[in-house]
Design a protein. Structure first.
Ligand SMILES: Cc1cc2nc3c(=O)[nH]c(=O)nc-3n(C[C@H](O)[C@H](O)[C@H](O)COP(=O)(O)OP(=O)(O)OC[C@H]3O[C@@H](n4cnc5c(N)ncnc54)[C@H](O)[C@@H]3O)c2cc1C
Length: 437
């Protein structure tokens, strides 16, 4: 399938090449006349707001073409919606740290609540994560956690009754779950250090403890709480409805990134749930670890998406903003930054496309997911820093989107296992030596 982006990219390329030729001639010739030619070349570039730049979707390596044609069509449809409806609208919500319930319903209409169970390919699901992140990183966190860790856990580890009760609302995005693993005193060492307890009393479980940073903790219908069974010391997964007595969630305010996502401090004080709220597939942590491996890979996709967003903003700005009488895009140092941001983004995408192949074959290991996550988020941090400087002072303001991306990149770098911990997982796999426990 020939995408519009590629076709117009080629046309515009031809135009750009002609212009470049005119510039070369000017450079070679030192006469005043040559100067005029150079100027003519400059004016040959149409204003950025009237003409789409070459490769408008920035997919230079045709990664999207790897999808089958039906998924390419769906991809284009969702991408268009995200760009037109979500991207600009998200900035105000981000500034106000407010959750856009209306936009969530629209994401649901485009099927983004059911990516885990709708049978689409791993590459399609990944590219959806890329495009949501490109429109807004907070909403991509919501979509990713929702699919990978909430729908995924219930679908794969839940009872038939739990699936029937929750999956229809979740996949339609009319209901939300929160994934509650991290605690105030345990982040990187959560698997060994988890302190929240579950005590069995008659036909009930009684949960006590505290959780920190829990996405959607204040707005979700239930939290998937990980607690240590006092009887056998195993970490188990429980569905805790958020209206149960003893459950309190307090929004964590003043975050520098992911400001739309409502992260919460949660206290569980003698919260009683029926024994049927235990996920039967999550009676120790090993199964959850498999899903956490996949969700780590999801952050790898986010790392690619945020860089494409940074590239979009940087390119558009460079084509419009003029200094010294010409567009920033005509200065070599600016061009280098654009090329580096896009190179980083494309390397990230290509890495993730290969990860999707491995995942499709059922061969994804934690070290590969950790490598993908740590690499794309490291590159993302570098890319948004370049984008930030390319916008000069305006790069500081979220009004120009780049400031928003700059803050959001910090979260990708740290959550789902910090950059350092993921690097240590990779290095452990290739040396056979653990440097962190
Ligand atoms: C915005 C946001 C959203 C989040 N959403 C959720 C969520 O929805 N659900 C959830 O359960 N959790 C969530 N988290 C938690 C997240 O996964 C943790 O923040 C992360 O795992 C790091 O844990 P920590 O913050 O306790 O840092 P710590 O573990 O205290 O680490 C602090 C620093 O020490 C380093 N470090 C720690 N141990 C070692 C070691 N052995 N060797 C070298 N360096 C080390 C780390 O790399 C890091 O740089 C979220 C976090 C944030 C910031």
């Amino acid at each position: 399938m020939q995408r519009q982006g590629r076709a117009s990219g080629q046309d515009a390329n031809a135009e750009a090449d002609n212009t470049a030729e005119a510039d070369n001639t000017a450079e070679a010739d030192t006469t005043a006349e040559a100067g005029t030619t150079a100027e003519a070349g400059m004016t040959a570039v149409a204003p950025a707001d009237t003409v789409q730049p070459p490769f408008p979707d920035a997919d230079l390596m045709y990664i999207v073409d790897l999808l089958p044609s039906d998924e390419q069509l769906r991809y284009q449809e969702v991408r268009e919606f995200l760009q037109s409806r979500i991207r600009a609208a998200s900035i105000d919500y981000w500034n106000r740290e407010e959750f856009p319930f209306g936009l969530l319903a629209e994401l649901g209409k485009y099927g983004l609540g059911g990516l885990q169970t709708d049978g689409t390919s791993k590459l399609f699901k990944g590219l959806m994560y890329v495009e949501v992140a490109r429109a807004d990183v907070s909403l991509s966190a919501l979509v990713g956690i929702h699919n990978e860790l909430i729908v995924g856990m219930i679908d794969q580890l839940g009872s038939e009754e739990q699936k029937a009760r929750w999956l229809p609302g979740l996949t339609a995005f009319t209901q939300l779950g929160a994934f509650a693993l991290t605690e105030p005193e345990h982040g990187s060492d959560i698997a060994g250090g988890l302190e929240t307890t579950a005590r069995r009393e008659g036909g009930e479980w009684v949960i006590n403890g505290a959780k920190r940073w829990i996405g959607a903790g204040t707005i979700a219908d239930f939290a998937l709480v990980w607690a240590r069974d006092v009887a056998d010391q195993q970490i188990k997964g429980f569905i805790v409805e958020t209206d149960r007595p003893g459950y309190t969630a307090t929004k964590i305010a003043n975050k520098i990134g992911l400001r739309i996502m409502q992260n919460a401090d949660i206290v569980l004080d003698e919260v009683r749930i029926p024994e049927t709220n235990l996920l039967p597939g999550a009676t120790d942590f090993s199964k959850a670890n498999e899903l956490l491996r996949d969700s780590r890979a999801w952050v790898g996709w986010q790392g690619a998406g945020i860089q494409l967003a940074a590239f979009d903003v940087a390119r558009s700005y460079a084509l419009q903003r003029k200094q010294f009488g010409k567009e920033l895009a005509r200065f070599q140092l600016v061009q280098q930054q654009l090329a580096e941001i896009l190179g980083n983004a494309t390397a990230s995408l290509a890495l993730m496309a290969q990860l999707a192949r491995i995942q499709e074959d059922g061969k994804l290991e934690m070290a590969q997911a950790a490598m993908a996550k740590s690499t794309t988020t490291r590159l993302a941090r570098a890319s948004v820093a370049m984008g930030r400087s390319l916008l000069g002072g305006n790069g500081i303001s979220s009004d120009y989107e780049m400031g928003k991306l700059f803050g959001d990149a910090e979260i990708l770098y740290t959550y789902e296992g910090s950059y350092e911990i993921n690097s240590l997982i990779v290095a452990r796999a290739v040396t056979g030596k653990s440097a962190f426990v």
